[in-house]
Design a protein around this ligand. Structure first.
Ligand code: FES
Length: 114
């Protein structure tokens, strides 16, 4: 695989879409974010649960519940809607994950400058 061409602006490469197949999630410790590919749409959130401000996963790249339809915090089971990041069950109900602005360019996921 060739490395993707870097766009001219100051973007940070997360991974290619090949590294995040539909229905999967992936963590990026160095960026403190995780990404979810839900039916071909990519969502990127800060890996910080609104409940205690700690990472959501206990196992690498495991950010989804057993059905694959919700983001789940492994610590106390909070459930978040994938496309909004809003918590709908658990100790932080009504609060939301922080969405990370990103863009798909040349089949790769790039984080936009904050
Ligand atoms: S730290 Fe996520 S639900 Fe408690």
């Amino acid at each position: 695989m060739t490395s993707p061409e870097k766009p001219a602006t100051q973007l940070t490469l997360l991974c290619t879409l090949d590294d995040l197949p539909e229905g999967s999630s992936k963590g990026f410790a160095s960026n403190k974010v995780f990404a979810v590919n839900d039916c071909g749409t990519v969502y990127v959130y800060s890996n910080s649960c609104p409940h205690l401000g700690i990472p959501l996963e206990w196992t690498a790249d495991q950010f989804l519940d057993s059905s694959g339809s919700m983001i789940q915090c492994a610590n106390h089971g909070a459930l978040f809607v994938i496309n909004s990041g809003q918590c709908v069950s658990g100790p932080c109900t009504g609060r939301s994950l922080q969405a990370i602005p990103h863009q798909i360019i040349n089949n790769s996921i790039w984080i936009l400058p904050s």
